[in-house]
Design a protein. Structure first.
Length: 152
């Protein structure tokens, strides 16, 4: 007998949402027990990927990463062999009081994506504004690897 699938937010089955909520609650518990951004037994030093959107426009691909509170000198944007690599570090802020809850990610981050063959890697630009890093990859027929300068 087949049972109907209930869908919740974003069209996902309700069971997945319950598991996601459980994972979020477990993360909160672990952050309470191990303040400082990581769990020692799970390798807190491992990089994580920031939230990102990739938008395909008529003349370019836009990669937008959420990096609130990160300065441009804490971010490196590199292009090579058809891959865009964005990495850096979010440092823990100094607090004058006792931190009762900490849910923001800190530490090394790394975001990688494969670029389509029509990417113009010679003219990629990056801009950091209002906590969002926008990397613009123009479209063309050929491309070559190089480092990207961040403005803003």
């Amino acid at each position: 007998m087949t049972h109907p699938v209930r869908h919740g937010r974003h069209g996902l089955p309700a069971a997945w949402l319950e598991l996601d909520d459980l994972r979020a609650r477990m993360d909160q518990l672990m952050h309470t027990v191990f303040p400082g951004g990581g769990y020692p037994e799970f390798g807190a030093a491992e990089p994580w990927a920031p939230l990102a959107d990739v938008v395909d426009t008529e003349d370019a691909y836009l990669v937008e990463l959420e990096l609130p509170g990160v300065a441009k000198d804490q971010i490196t944007v590199e292009v090579g062999e058809g891959e865009l690599d964005i990495h850096g570090e979010i440092r823990e802020k100094e607090h004058t009081g006792v931190v009762r809850k900490q849910t923001r990610r800190i530490g090394q981050f790394d975001y990688r994506t494969t670029l389509p063959p029509n990417s113009d890697t010679e003219h990629i630009s990056a801009d950091l504004a209002d906590g969002v890093l926008t990397v613009r990859v123009p479209k063309t027929e050929r491309g070559k690897a190089h480092r990207v300068e961040i403005t803003g």
